[in-house]
Ligand binder design. Structure first.
Ligand code: NAP
Length: 312
């Protein structure tokens, strides 16, 4: 029996054709709205909102297999009430996203973008002892807000750079503490004591806008903010102001509140490294993400439990 499924057109080249056996696929580009019809599964990108209206328009839906670990683009409560499974793609993207977080830490601390711009402009006049002085990492404090899979992977990369690790999380992570010497603190201590604050909590009603003007003011003068989690954790205009005033030393961002739009003041702010949401963007990881999403669909459609449900 073939099942009618909607799959994001953008992952077409990443899925193994053998995985698509028995599926009657409608490839759905991001530019098109979610259609109404009798599809039993949808494999959306994180840019597609799947809420009450979409669920109503897809009355036979059995699974939303998101191609991301974050699932703030899905109304999970509405899906659960309708008996629709929701799955995500954890683990496979942890290392890629942690590596990119480190790329941002190093790029902001050592002023890579300003250096590249200087060389490219042809205005570089040669080695100078006070040129583009950055932050020495050894002896500094890395503060992780959120210490799940990615937060911990970022923290595990810190000791070789000589950074001490603090983290704020709802539950203690004892194994992580043993491995890295990390110490659990509350949010206000994290902000006040860290030289680099890196965000790794999901976007939820509790975390949205948590890095606002007040939180930024509590950060150390010259500290660096890194965000590879979700853009709406940060109030972009407040961040731009903190950078303009020189209160923050730098910001390294991969994600934004209203992608692909970036608050114009933030786009123009000094000392930023702004990436286009490429945390998980390695060939291997993107293939694995696509494979897990489709495996979740295949499992649910054959009456088995999904591999990576977001609720049980
Ligand atoms: P995870 O393993 O679920 O970790 C999230 C952590 O956040 C958990 O440890 C959780 O704490 C903590 N948390 C949740 N709400 C909190 C709160 N209100 N206060 C303090 N801590 C809170 O998820 P992950 O795999 O590490 O992914 C994290 C996020 O990264 C995803 O949600 C996604 O948005 C983002 N992401 C972005 C990219 C990218 O391309 N830039 C790629 C992958 C993921 P407890 O353990 O105590 O419950």
């Amino acid at each position: 029996m073939t099942h009618r499924v909607l799959i994001a057109d953008e992952i077409k080249n990443l899925v193994e054709p053998a995985q698509l056996a028995d599926l009657d696929i409608t490839w759905l580009p991001v530019s098109e709205p979610t259609p109404k019809g009798d599809w039993v599964a949808i494999v959306p990108l994180l840019t597609r909102w799947v809420g009450g209206t979409e669920l109503k328009h897809l009355p036979n839906l059995r699974i939303v297999a998101n191609v991301a670990v974050g699932y703030n683009n899905v109304d999970v409560v509405a899906a659960e009430m309708r008996g629709v499974m929701v799955t995500n793609t954890p683990d496979v993207l942890t290392d890629a996203t942690a590596d990119l977080t480190w790329a941002l830490i190093l790029a902001t601390a050592r002023r890579l973008v300003e250096g590249i711009d200087l060389v490219r402009s042809g205005k570089w006049t040669g080695w100078h002892p006070e040129q583009l002085l950055g932050m020495e990492l050894r002896g500094r404090v890395l503060g992780l807000f959120g210490a799940g899979r990615i937060g911990q992977a970022v923290g595990r990369r810190a000791p070789p750079f000589g950074l001490r690790v603090l983290y704020a999380a709802r539950t203690p992570k004892l194994e992580f503490e043993r491995e890295t010497g990390a110490r659990r603190v509350d949010m206000s201590q994290l902000l006040a004591e860290s030289d680099i604050v890196s965000l790794h909590v999901p976007s939820t009603p509790e975390t949205k806008g948590i890095i606002n003007g007040e939180a930024l003011a509590r950060m150390k003068r010259g500290a660096i903010l890194i965000n590879t989690s979700r853009g709406d954790l940060v109030r972009e205009e407040a961040l731009a102001k903190a950078l303009e005033r020189g209160h923050l030393g730098a910001a390294g961002l991969d994600v934004y509140t209203d992608e692909p739009t970036i608050h114009p003041r933030l786009r123009a702010a000094p000392r930023t490294v702004l990436l286009p949401h490429i945390g998980s963007a390695t060939e291997e990881t993107r293939r694995k993400m696509a494979a897990i999403a489709v495996s979740n669909v295949q499992a649910v459609l054959s009456g088995k439990p999904p591999l990576t449900p977001v609720y049980s």
